[in-house]
Design a protein around this ligand. Structure first.
Ligand SMILES: Nc1ncnc2c1ncn2[C@@H]1O[C@H](COP(=O)(O)OP(=O)(O)O)[C@@H](O)[C@H]1O
Ligand SMILES: [Mg+2]
Length: 227
């Protein structure tokens, strides 16, 4: 067993639409070790995105605890949580969310702008572009990249601050089979080269398979999913 990087205790989240209350996450307990790749499958509407948003501090649970890197995240104030998200977490979404008016290189450096050591980060950005074979594309704008390339740039942006944990919500949702495979190869490489921990939600069995553990969201909780 490695070091625990994330733990939830009885995490609970519901939405209310008028009179109706929808319980999405119910007393969810989860422990994740450093360098695990956790893949989460589950039917559409089962609560995968809701869970990832809670884990990433983008949304607040109704009750329960969330501990990441030994910190009780739900007790942090808004400033501290923003800093924590920027420094220790990386996010990758189905829609890359790259800023269209900035180049790939500028997009990757965006999360470092609030840091002091910008020069070090530029060196690292260059290395990262080499790492994913996109060095010759770093001056391209998002509209001048293929779908797979855009996602890889989004991965570099998530990596640039060397976060402890990367959260990816349906990262291959918009990619074809070939590009999905390439992206999974990259995730595995990053995992083994940097001991990077990942939590990935997906519909795609190919993606689910790369997990060191695959879990399934059922009735607001996670069960072990044997592939
Ligand atoms: N902001 C919201 N307000 C009300 N209901 C929501 C909201 N966001 C999501 N839901 C509902 O919560 C459930 C879980 O959604 P979601 O986490 O997006 O599922 P998944 O990512 O597994 O498809 C769905 O039934 C969805 O309709
Ligand atoms: Mg979703």
């Amino acid at each position: 067993m490695g070091k625990i990087i994330l733990e939830t205790k009885k995490l609970t989240k519901s939405y209310s639409n008028g009179k109706k209350k929808l319980d999405v996450i119910k007393n969810l307990n989860l422990k994740i070790d450093t360098a695990e790749i956790i893949t989460i499958v589950g039917e559409s509407g089962s609560g995968k995105t809701t869970l990832l948003n809670l884990l990433g501090g983008l949304d607040h649970p109704d009750s329960g605890e969330l501990i990441i890197l030994g910190k009780n995240i739900l007790e942090l104030n808004n400033n501290d949580i923003s800093e924590f998200r920027n420094k220790d977490l990386g996010f990758i979404f189905q829609f890359h969310h790259l800023l269209p008016e900035f180049t790939a290189y500028e997009n990757v450096l965006m999360p470092t702008l609030i840091n002091d050591d910008v020069h070090d980060k530029e060196i690292m950005a260059d290395e990262l572009f080499e790492y994913v074979n996109l060095y010759d594309r770093k001056g391209h704008y998002p509209s001048e990249l293929s779908g797979g390339e855009r996602l890889r740039v989004a991965v570099l942006r998530a990596l640039i601050n060397r976060p402890a944990l990367i959260l990816a919500d349906e990262p291959t949702g918009n990619l074809d089979a070939d590009n999905s495979k390439k992206l999974m190869k990259l995730f595995k490489k990053i995992n083994s080269d940097f001991n990077q921990t990942f939590i990935i939600t997906t519909h795609n069995p190919v993606v689910a398979k790369i997990g060191t553990r695959c879990l399934k969201m059922i009735n607001g909780r996670l069960r072990k999913n044997n592939l």
